[in-house]
Design a protein around this ligand. Structure first.
Ligand code: GSH
Length: 232
């Protein structure tokens, strides 16, 4: 049995959750409240850095969202989310990693730097750069790999269609905008979509991020010290 430890708003968990749904695999969800649950001794045993997502498959805990997606692809290859030819694979991986490494941190920047104009402008320009690039890479294809839904959609598609909620309009990117609407219409995307209230709560929590971060830092030190002692 597959078990996913996650939180609904977690940007790293949502692609894994989507992949499980799109592959139509049976799985159990374990929701963690991210203001403390991640530091329990029980969770530390499967998540050495106290982070979600963690996928447990037959007692094997797997951390790091990219690794989990690759594991699912290798173990449950149908439907496949990676193309075979080198060029399309490179395109899919680029879109996946741009989503993870550029778009995801930039959207967090949009939320936490509301009172810091230069950081806010950096986050906005970074998002716009990503959108311009993605609009080009998508071209006239229904999906980034052509007809096949891939990790490009599963990862970057959790964020792009949600950008209007971050006050970033998609009107200058009509191809991406259509692509996003098609994704949002899928049953799996509807299941993982945050309600307006969930999104507002998430934004509120991020705005007190500094304090939460300090508290987390203390908890993290204690959790690492406890785990390091057990191991030595
Ligand atoms: N590189 C990791 C990042 C995971 C990550 O940072 N997850 C966040 C939630 S979105 C987390 O668990 N944060 C809890 C903490 O840092 O205490 C991945 O891709 O899985």
């Amino acid at each position: 049995m597959l078990t996913l430890y996650y939180a609904r708003p977690s940007g790293y968990s949502r692609p894994v959750w989507l992949a499980l749904l799109e592959k139509k695999l049976p799985f159990k969800l374990v929701h963690l409240k991210m203001d403390g649950d991640q530091f329990s001794s029980e969770f530390s045993q499967i998540s050495p850095f106290n982070r979600i997502p963690v996928l447990v498959d037959n007692n094997l805990p797997i951390i790091e969202s990219v690794t989990i997606l690759d594991y699912l692809e290798a173990k449950y290859p149908s439907p496949s989310f990676l193309p075979n030819d080198a060029e399309t694979l490179a395109k899919v991986r680029m879109v996946q990693m741009i989503g993870l490494n550029e778009l995801f941190p930039a959207t967090i920047g949009l939320l936490i730097h509301q009172n810091n104009p230069s950081e806010l402008e950096y986050a906005q320009q970074r998002v716009i750069r990503v959108l311009a690039l993605l609009e080009d890479l998508l071209g006239d294809n229904p999906y980034f790999a052509g007809e096949q839904l891939t990790l490009a959609e599963i990862v970057t598609g959790t964020l792009v269609p949600e950008l209007p909620r971050f006050d970033i309009s998609l009107t200058n990117y009509p191809k991406l905008s259509n692509w996003g609407e098609k994704l949002l219409a899928r049953e799996s995307w509807q299941q993982i979509r945050l309600s307006d209230k969930e999104f507002t709560d998430f934004k509120r929590r991020l705005r007190v991020w500094q304090k939460i971060w300090q508290k987390r830092r203390r908890q993290k030190i204690l959790s690492f010290a406890r785990q390091n002692q057990i191991k030595s």
